[in-house]
Design a protein around this ligand. Structure first.
Ligand SMILES: [Zn+2]
Ligand SMILES: [Zn+2]
Length: 322
């Protein structure tokens, strides 16, 4: 079967790989390119040494399943790329996103087929009522659901999302769906236009009145933006540093904001399986809104073009089709 192989910075190629083994196999119908995939493509990633198969956001069809799994070949599914164990110390504290013993889908999802380990099938695979590409966003939205929980996002909040890329847009959708008032701060005019067309209000950063917001999600990996948001948000605000900053990097924190104004700074990455299920439910509530985020689809053979387009910030989510 074929796979999209990451061979090093800005090098991708279709390669023949051994047919997948396992009792539960999913045929990929589409897999979306994530910020992490893009980062890896552009400048490498310590977790993905080439040659490697990237991709972890997919929508597919069950090809092979044991009868006792509750799945039948032909079922449309979304699959979590990993799941928390439910047993470790972190899971016991309901911090499954920090699980120390995750079950993983053994390969990336830019492939024709992948196997799901037994420990992940029951909770990590969700059957769709019908094919809808909106659900390819279940995994990234699961990360956002987890992130929103960290800052206690609820009706009546005012949420500032710094960064209007795909994750920022997902955070904005979830905020709106949760009954918060949402504003995205984004310097790129083209992106603001795309956000507006999806019903997401946005402003260039210099026009944002930070003091109006009691919740913030930083969806851009610029430490100076974190500093600016901490200094500016409303007293008692809760901030999620959601974009990945390289380990060892730092941001300056206005001490008075933390002490005198009780601004809380936290962060999150990844998700627990309960967030994955919640994301599935949220997309099901309003698939049309989420569907507009998948702005392009490309055959896997044209992956380089797709990655380059994303690198230029000219599109939101791109789905590759094997
Ligand atoms: Zn665990
Ligand atoms: Zn992702």
């Amino acid at each position: 079967m074929k796979a999209l192989m990451y061979l090093g910075e800005k090098k991708l190629a279709i390669r023949e790989v051994p047919e997948v083994q396992g009792s539960f196999v999913v045929e990929v119908l589409g897999a979306a390119i994530c910020g992490t995939d893009l980062k890896t493509y552009l400048k490498g990633h310590p977790m993905f040494k080439p040659p490697a198969i990237l991709g972890h956001e997919s929508i597919g069809r069950v090809l092979r399943a044991a009868p006792d799994t509750g799945f039948t070949p032909g079922d449309y599914v979304v699959t979590a790329p990993y799941g928390n164990c439910g047993q470790c110390e972190m899971c016991a504290k309901d911090l499954g996103e920090l699980c120390t013993n995750r079950h993983f889908v053994p390969t990336g999802m830019f492939v024709e087929r992948f196997a799901v380990p037994e420990g992940l099938v029951r909770e990590g695979v969700i059957k769709l009522e019908a094919y809808d590409k909106a659900f390819v966003l279940t995994e990234p939205l699961a990360c956002v659901v987890c992130g929103a929980e960290k800052i206690d996002l609820k009706p009546g909040c005012s949420l500032l999302v710094a960064g209007g890329g795909p994750m920022g847009a997902l955070f904005a959708f979830l905020g709106q769906q949760s009954g918060a008032e949402v504003m995205v701060s984004e310097p790129n005019a083209l992106r603001r236009e795309m956000l507006e067309s999806m019903g997401i209000p946005s402003q260039p950063p210099e026009e944002v009145d930070f003091g109006q917001y009691d919740r913030a999600a930083i969806a851009v990996n610029l430490p100076e933006v974190v500093t600016e948001v901490i200094a500016g948000v409303a007293p008692g605000a809760k901030i999620n540093v959601f974009a990945g900053l390289p380990s060892g990097s730092s941001f300056l924190t206005d001490a008075a904001a933390v002490h005198y104004r009780a601004v809380m700074v936290t962060g999150s990455s990844g998700f627990a399986l309960r967030h994955f299920h919640e994301a599935y439910r949220m997309i099901g509530e309003n698939p049309a809104a989420y569907r507009q985020l998948i702005t392009r689809e490309f055959p896997m053979e044209q992956a380089t073009e797709a990655f380059d387009l994303l690198a230029q910030g000219r599109t939101f989510k791109v789905m590759l089709k094997p």
